[in-house]
Design a protein around this ligand. Sequence first.
Ligand code: PG9
Length: 612
Amino acid sequence: MKSTSVALCFLLFSFFISKEIFSQTNDDKYNRSEVMIPMRDGIKLHTIVFTPKNQTESLPFLLTRTPYGVSKYPSPEKIQYTRDMAEDGYIFVFQDIRGRYSSEGQFEMQRFNRNKKDPKAIDESTDTYDTFEWLLKNIPHNNGKAGMYGISYPGWTTVMGAIDPHPALVAVSEQATPADMFLGDDFHHNGAFRLSYGFEYAFMEEASKTDSLFPFHQYDTYDWYLKLGPLSNVNKKYFFGKLPSWNDFVHHPNYDAFWQKQSLPYRLDSPRVYIMNVAGWWDQEDFYGPQKAYEKWEKTDVHHKNYIVLGPWNHGGWAFGPGNKLGNIQFDSATGETFRKNIQARWFAYHLKGKGDGNFAEAITFQTGSNQWKNYDSWPPKDAVQKNLYFHANGKLSFEKPTSSSEAGYDSYISDPAHPVPYRTRPIEETYGPGSRWYTWLTEDQRFVQNRPDVLSWETDTLSENVTVTGNILARLFASTTGSDADWVVKLIDVYPEHYPKEPKMAGYEWMVANDVFRGRFKKSFEKPEAATPGKVEAYTIDLHSLNHVFKKGHKIMVQVQSSWFPIIDRNPQKFVPNIFEAKEEDFQKATHKIYRRAEAPSHIELSVMEN
Ligand code: PG9
């Protein structure tokens, strides 16, 4: 097993911590102390507390709870993510959650809510509560108020802290929390298993108490996963039944009580503290989560405590760097700096220290294409109108509905599990490994697959005026397969003009602005999968989530459809088997898929369009 320092991972602070700032230095603005905080069941959690060196007033706490190790955190003014808040002055607290790094106890991946009838039961919510209880009593010069924030897993622990919150907890910012690991976040999307992520993350968190990378001994993991063969080889050859999360994937192939009990819509009540949900439009891990958390809390937000921020970021991209670009895409201003200073720091200063005007829009979003910040008083905004983009013959896409019932009204391709479409350009480095391009893959130029015979494309004429899409997008596919199961990947793409003097290397660039995959067997129900009837035209609805993007005059809009995205999504055998984790080599078969574009089966994309 290759062990790695957390600095190799892109998880929470790890990416801000460079070797130069690991150690404490005399010019630090904060004093550091290390404590073991006892929980109600006697387990002690390893915690680092930073207090300002020249503290002149009582200050609120800002807590982050993480599975990724806190020992190496430098003074908070030295981390870009917390710098603006550190300059305002808080008592910063960083904690290893149960069972990880230097904390005692047993780690459980996204531990379930405790049984409230058992007074001794614990969960992440009670661990947060007990931490605040101890901090308030033991750290002097606090003002009795607390906030919490964090990205991804620490975003999720923030959400857990906001359930049955400690009375001192006033405001939180969950950032990129997962909400549902079967429907839309790290481990599955619409029931399709996120193989490379699930495999590598389960190993990283559960092979030992500290993060470790799986020893691939092969730089291009596309080949490695292909050679792996059926998923049953994972336990046979590598994990030997020892990693709980992998075993959970195998034992819960459908949306059963295990996944449902873990999902935030099941766990969340009315918002009891002020909540700022934060999501990045190109988040490669948890784009679904913060939107679902916001949506669920919004339903009962009678005291207006629930807010959302959506920006042009990858997973955690608001936390470091200027944020003026992502991959090859430029945003014309420092969106990360704007978030940290004008949104995050202002949020906590107002709620925890009473500073500022408290004027926060319900939805603060960065609109791409126009590259402008836009605020709304509801999300998605109510004034968008639905417009449908229909698939037509000869790769055409238009707002006109097909009128012909022609027998030939479809396009088709052969999907071969032995030659799956790569999800990003090869080599596909291990997710969190050295040189990995995982972080920006969603912005890669989709021309790299356009000529494959198993990827279909439809595009509009050159746009004669801007098309502004603000709100939710759905793909309605009418499709058939000669097999009995299939995956459907839909990608909505902004195609740059062929002549683009502003940035010549971007000429013709195919920028994917929305996407998702749907595992066909779950068409009727995520709980009870069903085989497809070979040759039967079925209607599939695929949520492409929300967007705030201007397709500019001179650009084109493109849609691509394909049936593999490897190895981020495992290969669908295309023959229905009860559990794909137990599929045999011989179950994997080629199939011919058809996408229909005729009057009674008009495949299309539903867009929320804003009139300018
Ligand atoms: N996306 C990561 C994760 C969160 C929660 C559970 C599993 C994975 C993360 O970046 O923390």
